[in-house]
Design a protein around this ligand. Sequence first.
Ligand code: FAS
Ligand code: PHB
Length: 391
Amino acid sequence: MRTQVAIVGAGPSGLLLGQLLFKAGIDNIIIERQSADYVLGRIRAGVLEQVTCDLLDECGVGARMHRQGLVHGGIELLFKGARHRIDMQQLTGGKTVTVYGQTEVTHDLMDARRAEGLETVYDAGDTVTLHGFDGAHPRVRYVKDGQPHEIECDFIAGCDGYHGVSRASVPQASLKTYEKVYPFGWLGILADVPPVSHELIYANTERGFALCSMRSPTRSRYYVQVPSDEKVENWSDDAFWAELRSRLDPEARDHLVTGPSLEKSIAPLRSFVAEPMRFGSLFLAGDAAHIVPPTGAKGLNLAASDVKYLSSAFIEFYRERSRAGVDHYSEKCLRRVWKAERFSWWFTSLMHRFPETGDFGQKLQEAELDYLVGSAAASTALAENYVGLPL
Ligand code: FAS
Ligand code: PHB
């Protein structure tokens, strides 16, 4: 079997890349470890930058996002028992974010790929191996239903996430990795209850961080910071709701509607970057190359900007026989990645309680937040990064 671009991973990165390449007439195949239902069952990101929304439009899958997505012009910061709105739309000259779950983005991309009759190999398990990407004949091998397969290609796109095979296939001596593991995780719950507020609330409290988010006017997504060794089995729904309530302001507490969880899980928090993001004809994109703590809602959006750069580079190669885009892909991505890493680390450090925070550290965080909400310059810096820096 032969294709122009072999894509490993059918998460948002792989599916978005596949759709953009198809629209440009570039042949591609996606090989995915899991089933489509398994991929859709993972509850992850919730906030899309305008850059990501534009990319969904560019590949013709933005219609449902425009119909059902919630456009937000601001967020609220909760500290010392009071909420303060950051008017991001006013501070950034009109920029907004769209609340539309990653599950829905993935659904829309899967539906579009299926409608175009494009090949996606699901349930490949851990059989995918990469070959020859340091030479002229890259190949991807996998086993499906007991049958070995080999795909000859021009390029391999490693869109297979943090635990994928692509980065793991690169000789360790060729990689430099940077990592910071946080001493806490996010216990998240999804429930069919109306959100406590019409915008997101990020809370800094002495008990730890909390986030009030949503998926629609009738479906909410909440998170509370928990120790990194916490187990989700230790948390009944009632225990979650009680802890969340303890971290809210009086008005939010009064408006909180609780209900049975549709999903409940703990996500570990880490900052991670692998450099470079290109090895011969293998290109890493999204979580395969970098991870951010979800505080800044950057993970999915960084994946989208990687894919924009990568699809443009491949299009330039095939249309103009120019290697400029592919040769500058890694450098271009990493400039944006590190700015998002910095913002996500900064916002996480400001909003969470660390073992070493203590009373003094809590007062410093509250003072920084007090300054931030009262300073146009500081609020603008937060707003610019949250809505997404320009490509
Ligand atoms: P993904 O990990 O989504 O997709 C990779 C795909 O590759 C998966 O389908 C996987 O099955 C497949 N794969 C892996 N190994 C393979 C192999 N060997 N062969 C073939 N396929 C293979 N971001 C936010 O902005 N906000 C959040 O709240 C948020 N919460 C998160 C919670 C969790 C638990 C995790 C893990 C991430 C979270 N993220 C969040 C970040 C997340 O949204 C990612 O940024 C986003 O999924 C990136 O998409 P991909 O790069 O496609 O990687
Ligand atoms: C979510 O809705 O899942 C979400 C929103 C904002 C974040 C992280 C997660 O910063």
